[in-house]
Design a binder for this molecule. Structure first.
Ligand SMILES: [Zn+2]
Length: 260
């Protein structure tokens, strides 16, 4: 699953590939994408120019010159590939956007779990999404408000995009390790001091995250603090890192220095 830095990179690629060019065609090349972006919606965006591309949570929002918005989500394996309309099709091409100068950007997505959507001008976009983790709206207080009525462990709560926008499985595990909080701790039971520590830890891991391609991760070149380190010594106390599954996602943690 792409984490925020990959989505940020995706938004930058889309911005660079589309800046100032009119869309001449949007073609979905997989039923899953045709479902989220039906031909009639693709046609409404065609002919317009993308004036800006921003990231909100794990979504990329391309604003059109008429105020409409194209929203993209990479799912598990999405990425943009910039090229030309007369080049051979990219592997796993699920959606292509053609521009007036002959260029094309392809959304490649091997597992085809991503989405593309069109929002007409003036309609709400991503209304249920929580605060951005690096914004002042995300705080120990906002976290307390979200956690207050929740049942269940803090790790699962952190992956709920209405709590905080765009935090993924890897960075949730990394932040909990940094904040010394056991992932099984009840979200509702976290006091203000530990919530403040968690907010700080989330910001820290996101700020230090390199904007790398997935290939870097596949090669294992990233050194995580705790993620994917089952059985290896904790980088803080030397105890063995444990793994458990919460809401179908693997969680890695140190049973010794992360407390409930
Ligand atoms: Zn430890």
């Amino acid at each position: 699953m792409p984490e925020l830095p990959e989505v940020e990179l995706g938004a930058r690629l889309l911005r660079e590939a589309s800046a100032g060019r009119a869309i001449t065609a949007i073609t979905t090349r997989h039923p899953v994408y045709a479902r989220s972006l039906p031909p009639a919606d693709a046609a409404r965006a065609t002919g317009h120019t993308i004036v800006d591309v921003t990231r909100r949570g794990k979504h990329q929002l391309a604003t059109l010159d008429d105020g409409g918005v194209l929203e993209f989500h990479f799912g598990m394996t999405g990425e943009w590939i910039a090229g030309r309309q007369n080049s051979p099709a990219e592997a796993f091409a699920r959606l292509t956007i053609d521009f007036s100068d002959g260029s094309r950007i392809t959304l490649a997505d091997s597992r085809a779990l991503g989405t593309a959507r069109y929002h007409a001008a003036g309609t709400p976009v991503l209304a249920g999404l929580g605060p951005e983790p690096l914004s002042p709206e995300f705080s120990a207080a906002s976290l307390g408000e979200s956690f207050r009525r929740r049942r269940g462990p803090v790790k699962v709560a952190l992956l709920d995009q209405s709590v905080v926008a765009g935090l993924g499985n890897i960075y949730a595990a990394e932040a909990l390790w940094l904040a010394k909080i056991d992932p099984r701790t009840s979200a509702a039971a976290l006091g203000p001091v530990r919530r403040a520590r968690l907010v700080q830890a989330i910001r820290h891991v996101l700020k230090r995250a390199p904007a790398a391609h997935y290939t870097d991760r596949e090669r294992g070149t990233r050194e995580w603090r705790v993620y994917d380190r089952e059985g290896k010594p904790c980088r803080r106390c030397g105890s063995r890192i444990a793994r458990l599954v919460q809401a179908t996602r693997s969680t890695y943690y140190c049973p010794h220095c992360q407390r409930r």
